[in-house]
Design a protein around this ligand. Structure first.
Ligand SMILES: O=C(O)CCC(=O)C(=O)O
Length: 252
């Protein structure tokens, strides 16, 4: 079966490049489910959108969608997600009009790699990100804060199935290793007000992620024979965004 347009299936770095082996616990996430109506129902749930609207106003777009399936760690510690700020991935502002909802689909706790957050960091600046130098490798696009110090006070978000946390895109967060035999499942949506504006991030600390994301698309097009295709960072997000409540605005 052909995957819906835009859907990205991500695999753990330790297995991503090897042959598919039945039973290997490889899939870490399904990203960009904007064209999968059954999953998009999550983004439109009134129980979720009422809080999203309280944070960012009545006109909301689902910009980034993820079904996260943290697999049992393959022994490389690569199931960890490095500490990062989501705003680093976005070429739209203001940050105050963006909020993430993250819903546990089962009990999440320290053993299966719950979210870890640094309280108060949403009041700070966007920091420099890059791939951490982890011995067992790092999953694609899992950029982390470069000079992150593990000594800062942090909170582990242990949650029951259905519990939802909403957080600001500058909040420093990540998640731990999954030391259990099961997958740790959650579903998440980044909402932005449709009145947000795309910004030009060139020359900023977002260059690294912007280049990585745009090259992925441009290289894929080149392989299909469309040589001069040049997507921009903003175009990528324009393609993902879907209005879920209220009216369209500058982000559409
Ligand atoms: O669910 C997780 O393990 C962390 C997900 C996350 O922070 C992200 O994908 O940006």
């Amino acid at each position: 079966m052909k995957a819906p347009f835009g859907l990205t299936i991500m695999r753990d770095v330790s297995i991503a490049k090897s042959e598919f082996v039945a039973g290997k616990k490889a899939i870490t996430k399904i990203q960009n489910f904007q064209n999968v109506p059954e999953l998009m129902e999550y983004c439109a749930l009134p129980e979720v959108t009422k809080y999203a609207k309280a944070f960012i106003g009545p006109n909301i777009m689902a910009m980034h969608t993820m079904l996260i399936n943290k697999p049992p760690d393959p022994g490389t510690k690569s199931s960890r997600h490095p500490m990062h700020q989501d705003l680093y991935y976005f070429p739209f502002r203001p940050a105050e009009r963006i909020v993430c909802s993250w819903t546990a689909m089962e009990k999440v706790h320290r053993k299966n790699g719950c979210l870890v957050v640094l309280p108060g960091t949403h009041r700070g600046e966007m920091l420099e990100h890059g791939y951490p130098k982890w011995e067992g490798g790092v999953n694609k696009m899992y950029h982390g804060i470069l000079d992150y110090s593990p000594d800062q006070p942090r909170v582990h978000l242990e949650m029951e199935a259905g519990d939802t946390v909403f957080f600001h895109p500058l909040l420093i967060h990540g998640s731990g290793m999954n030391r259990t035999d099961g997958f740790r499942k959650s579903i998440s949506c980044h909402y932005a007000s449709s009145d947000c504006q795309y910004i030009d991030t060139s020359g900023s600390i977002q260059d690294f992620i912007s280049d990585e994301m745009t090259s992925l698309v441009n290289d894929r097009m080149k392989k299909r024979g469309i040589k001069d295709y040049k997507i921009t960072f903003a175009d990528i997000w324009r393609m993902k965004g879907r209005l879920v409540h209220g009216r369209e605005g500058t982000l559409t």
